[in-house]
Ligand binder design. Structure first.
Ligand code: ADP
Length: 496
């Protein structure tokens, strides 16, 4: 581990010392209860801002505003007008990108090198959705009824969407929810994660600046059990688009039953990353390493079950551990930092809990393995890149989502065996394959039950390419045409 101590201290322009209010019906308001909660910098523990703490009453107000907007002037907006708004928003996000990425870094701890690298993704998503605004359409469908009937479909917006997001990528997660809403003519109540509400609130200012009418986008920060649960169970919400843990996903489904609202779920994972002996080691070592160490492993599709072909197992796993050891762990505001802190004390406890479990189960840490307790990082929630060797499939560290920078390295000998073992998990979000053999690559791409397979790369994403889960990693897709879920109405006209 290579500790960086060079800390940047300028004040962020969004952090004015004033309470951050919520956005309802185009106005910035306090919580009805008057309550606030603290948002902290996980690297230092410093309070960044007090934030209005929404609960059921605020959610009610926001949903009512979203309903009025949906039925009101917003429904008259032509596709090209919604497109123009999205393009304006893309421009504003681009102009303010350094500020937005710095806010993500302060609030959730991702290294600034990482949040800054999201520029193309953030702006690109908005431009993609802008394109979608004018590209969606129904169909005329020839029918075989006797007589003369004309039949066609209308594509209509689903309505009021409740969007609930996690803390691991606040800017891009917010855009992933707000973009399709604006493209299709829906309205939204966005509930950011309590750990990182600041960037979604700053983005909402830009949304208003882009000319989005009042009530179309509302942002209600607050806790999951109160604001989140109220949104998920609200009878006037037509759809909940949720990203988070599978356990909360199950709660969302239950809460949705009251009015049978639609649900899309992007949940957790325990993704296999499979390394064959014929792989190009120069790319596979950092590739498999960063598949887990990026964002301190706080990525739902992180490739945390690293299967390595037996005959290169010791060498490869040793090299990944050395690579992890060489990464710079430090203050996320320092551009040289590659691995920042975990998001919260709770997350630190969870990850260090798994480090203990791994050791008790007999796994051998080759790098990392314990929280940083000395030096300037001791106050923050830092866990260095960790590689556990000698992991067996049945260990908890090979089955459960840790959401930290922890690789469980497992040996394999045979291609069919590794496909079967890779699939022996309740999850199915991401997966990786490292090989120079094109037939192996295709066999694995077909054999792995997961929403994404990355061959000789990891975590590649694009606005046009769908992303989502199999099995308990959820259903529904984000990005791509598949995300543009709309109501399909069949219209029949007797013409003679
Ligand atoms: P994570 O472990 O990534 O924090 P969660 O699923 O707990 O995942 O949180 C993701 C989002 O879901 C957050 O915005 C959180 O506030 C919200 N949330 C948590 N519990 C509930 C709930 N019971 N109902 C609705 N939303 C919830």
């Amino acid at each position: 581990m290579n500790v960086v101590q060079d800390v940047r201290t300028e004040r962020h322009p969004f952090l004015t010392g004033k309470t951050k209010r919520m956005l309802i019906d185009g106005k910035w308001v306090e919580a009805a209860s008057g309550k606030t909660f603290e948002s902290r910098n996980p690297g230092t523990g410093e309070v960044l801002a007090h934030v209005a703490e929404g609960d059921a009453e605020d959610v009610d107000r926001a949903v009512a505003a979203a309903r009025r907007a949906f039925e009101g002037p917003w429904s008259k907006f032509k596709p090209f007008q919604r497109q123009a708004i999205l393009l304006r928003l893309a421009e504003l996000v681009e102009q303010n990108f350094d500020e937005l990425s710095a806010l993500d870094t302060l609030d959730m701890g991702a290294p600034i090198s990482r949040t800054r690298a999201m520029r193309q993704r953030a702006v690109g998503l908005l431009r993609y959705y802008a394109g979608m605004a004018t590209a969606l359409h129904g169909e005329t469908i020839e029918n075989s009824l006797p007589g003369e009937y004309f039949s066609y479909t209308l594509k209509e917006p689903v309505g009021v969407v409740g969007a609930i997001i996690p803390w691991n990528a606040p800017l891009t997660s917010s855009i992933w929810k707000i973009g399709p809403v604006l493209a299709t003519g829906c309205t939204v109540v966005l509930k950011p994660a309590e750990e990182a509400p600041l960037t979604p609130l700053r983005l909402a200012e830009l949304v208003m600046e882009a000319g989005v009418p009042p009530g179309v986008v509302n942002v209600v920060p607050g806790y999951g059990e109160t604001a989140g649960a109220a949104l998920a169970s609200h009878r006037d919400v037509d759809k909940v688009a949720f990203t988070g843990s599978h356990v909360t996903g199950q709660e969302i489904i239950k809460a949705s039953a009251g009015n049978l609202k639609r649900v899309s779920l992007e949940l957790g994972g325990k993704s296999p990353d499979i390394v064959f002996a014929d792989a190009d080691m120069e790319t596979a070592v950092p590739g498999a390493g960063m598949a887990v160490f990026a964002n301190s492993g706080q990525i739902c599709s992180a490739g945390t079950r690293m299967f390595v072909e037996q005959r290169v197992y010791d060498e490869f796993v040793g090299r990944v551990a050395k690579f992890g050891d060489g990464l710079r762990v430090g203050d996320s505001r320092d551009p040289e930092t590659q691995v920042g802190p975990l998001v919260s004390e709770q997350q630190l406890e969870r990850v260090t809990g798994y480090l203990n479990i791994g050791r008790q189960e007999g796994a051998r840490p080759l790098s990392g393995g314990e929280r940083v307790t000395e030096g300037p990082l001791a106050k923050g929630y830092f866990v260095p890149p960790t590689v556990f060797a000698d992991v067996r499939d049945d260990m908890r560290i090979a089955q459960e989502e840790i959401f930290g920078p922890v690789i469980s390295a497992i040996p394999f000998t045979d291609i069919d065996e590794v496909i079967a073992r890779a699939n022996r998990t309740q999850f199915g979000l991401g997966s990786g394959v490292w090989t120079r053999d094109v037939s192996k690559a295709h066999r694995l791409a077909k054999g792995i039950r997961a929403g994404s397979v990355w061959v000789n790369c990891y975590q590649a994403m694009d606005p046009a390419v769908p992303f989502g889960g199999y099995k308990m990693s959820g259903y529904g897709r984000e990005s791509g045409i598949q995300q543009m879920e709309e109501n399909v109405k069949a219209v029949w006209i007797k013409t003679a």
